[in-house]
Write a protein that binds this ligand. Structure first.
Ligand code: ATP
Ligand code: MG
Length: 576
């Protein structure tokens, strides 16, 4: 249903258009997955720039992950062309970093402050407090929650926090939480600096608002001031960061803090087939959006003998979906497929609950010759490439990585001209990297640029030719034609922390929402796989099927029992 508007807003439905054109004052947009929230956000910015005469550089979009910022940049470039480069697109962390870099002295930091790795902070804490590594690691996590939520914590936690702050300032480093905390403190304490940022960005949009924590919310409020036009967008049913101090009650708080704010809702799901929308809606209380697409193919459930067989099934299904040998070969050569084309590797994503599950998938994909990229939510320390660099860049993966790094360095050089914020972000990651003990030298500088500054072009190329492997958390906001959710076993989905840690109701509800997020990433095909036995927590275990499987109505799901290998060798599964 088109909006009936002309110009940019013609690409929206009436509800979306109403939200996109409500550009004065504060606005909350609450809607389910695939309802076009992010689409509305990018059209809103394009509308501001192209139709309201607002300079692109006065608009800032804030979201969570680097991947999400890449997605936003890509979509903005599609609407705004070159002007998109002037729009500030930030993760909360890169925004904090940009603010602190601009006013390091005023924030009580040296101009060359850096971000300390978790390992460095852990070691500093263990040494100063005389506690074990395990204890220090636990305290580091607790301090992080304190910093995000604004809570006081136990005496021991408060002491750990004070110690870390002291050492950090003395040695010139901060942690990731400080990027947001200290920049918010700075804006709160220095009215002139706050006013300058407010004047620079009168139009702020924040995507994935359901996952903001106390400090991120505070930073947004301070960036906005009294006169900004802050638009927050999100879905309380997709709140998955409660464990890190985020609080979906932020919507209610926004309503209190901005009593004049409008609230708008979007009610149609454009992303997923009817079957996927219907199945997913069983996992939330009040489904907020109905499907616009045909019912489509049933969800496929598959039970494999073990995790290796599960991974082989996934590899086999991908090969079947991608069709004949020629298409596979074309895909493997890279470059992806032109649009309006058969499925490519980039159209497929495999989502898992924990990173530990990626090993079996890597092995199966390597064996089948399926190119993949493993995406890590961690900014730098967790980057899968870092270790391979360290190992002297051998093997195919090393060469690929080197090529990507070269390309990304090139992109970074271009980005340098275009986007000062991205540069500040890169600088931060580079400083962090340069200061992590093991690494030095130019290749790492380039790696830093690669990880920090994978520009949209890099992102598109990388996605063009590879299957994405990522955690369910990291998949937030993204979409893929084909999604596999693996490890559908009780204890994994929903995750359980073991008998010693009684599962709180809030945690269980969050696990449910996480599965909801995972399912709703799929546009066309959804596969839910499990292993009857797997190596888990140090032993081979037979975990029962996930209770979530039984909660999907029988007419929406079929069991696919053929083993991946068999179906690969005998016939192409008729999956599409
Ligand atoms: P999530 O909660 O998962 O982040 P979302 O609400 O942000 O989802 P989008 O990613 O913006 O949803 O949109 C989902 C898909 O539907 C995208 O591919 C988008 O282009 C498409 N879409 C949204 N609105 C429309 C529309 N009015 N016409 C055509 N396609 C649309
Ligand atoms: Mg979105």
């Amino acid at each position: 249903q088109p909006s009936g508007r002309s110009g940019i807003l013609a690409g929206l439905d009436p509800d979306q258009a109403r939200a996109a054109e409500a550009v004065d004052g504060s606005l909350m947009v609450i809607a389910g997955p695939g309802s076009g929230k992010t689409r509305m956000l990018t059209h809103r910015i394009a509308h501001l720039v192209l139709e309201c005469g607002v300079p692109a550089g006065s608009c800032i979009a804030v979201t969570f992950t680097r991947k999400a910022t890449e997605e936003l940049r890509t979509r903005l470039a599609g609407l705004l062309g070159e002007q998109a480069e002037a729009v500030a697109v930030h993760s909360f962390h890169s925004l904090g970093l940009a603010i602190l870099h601009a006013h390091a002295g005023r924030a009580g930091l040296g101009a060359d402050f850096r971000i300390a790795s978790e390992a460095e902070r852990k070691a500093a804490l263990a040494e100063t407090l005389g506690v074990s590594d395990t204890r220090a690691a636990r305290l580091i996590k607790a301090v992080s929650v304190l910093k995000r939520s604004g809570a006081k914590g136990t005496n021991e936690e408060a002491e750990a926090r004070a110690v870390l702050d002291r050492i950090g300032r003395a040695q010139g480093w901060v942690d990731f939480d400080d990027l947001i905390l200290l920049s918010a403190d700075l804006l709160e304490e220095d009215a002139a600096i706050a006013a300058a940022w407010q004047a620079r960005f009168p139009h702020i949009v924040a995507d994935e608002f359901q996952d903001v924590d106390e400090q991120q919310y505070r930073l947004l409020r301070l960036m906005n001031g009294d006169s900004g036009n802050l638009c927050v967008i999100g879905d309380p049913d997709q709140a998955i960061y409660g464990f890190r101090g985020a609080d979906a009650a932020c919507f209610a708080r926004f309503g209190r803090d901005f009593p004049a704010a409008k609230t708008l809702r979007l009610s149609r799901n454009y992303r997923s087939t009817g079957i996927i929308v219907k199945a997913a809606s069983g996992f939330i209380e009040a489904p907020s959006s109905g499907p616009t697409r045909p019912m489509g193919e049933p969800i496929v459930a598959h039970a494999a003998a073990n995790e290796a067989a599960e991974a082989e099934f996934v590899a086999g299904a991908i090969e079947s979906l991608l069709g004949g040998h020629d298409l596979l070969a074309a895909n493997r050569k890279g470059g992806g497929m032109p649009t309006g084309r058969p499925l490519g590797f980039a159209d497929c994503a495999v989502l898992y609950r924990t990173d530990a599950q990626a090993g079996a998938l890597r092995t199966a994909f390597d064996r089948a010759g399926i190119p993949f990229m493993k995406s890590s939510p961690a900014p730098i320390a967790g980057h899968p490439g870092v270790t391979a660099i360290l190992d002297g860049l051998d093997g195919v993966e090393g060469q690929e990585l080197a090529a990507r790094i070269g390309q990304a360095a090139e992109d970074a050089r271009r980005a340098r001209k275009a986007d000062a914020a991205a540069l500040a972000e890169a600088r931060g990651w580079l400083i962090a990297l340069a200061n992590s003990d093991q690494v030095t030298g130019d290749p790492l500088l380039r790696l830093g640029e690669a990880t920090a500054l994978s520009t949209e072009a890099d992102f598109r190329d990388a996605r063009a030719a590879r299957v994405t492997l990522m955690t369910m958390h990291a998949a937030k906001g993204l979409e893929f034609p084909v999604v596999f959710v693996v490890g559908m076993e009780d204890g994994i989905v929903p995750f359980s922390w073991g008998a010693e840690t009684p599962q709180e109701e809030a945690t269980q509800a969050e696990e449910r929402r996480l599965f909801y997020v995972a399912m709703t990433r799929a546009k066309d095909r959804l596969f839910l796989t499990r292993a009857k036995e797997r190596f888990w927590h140090g032993a081979v275990r037979a975990l029962p099927p996930s209770p979530f499987l039984g909660q999907i109505a029988g007419d929406l799901i079929v069991s696919e029992s053929a083993s991946g290998r068999k179906s690969r060798q005998t016939q192409q599964l008729n999956l599409f």
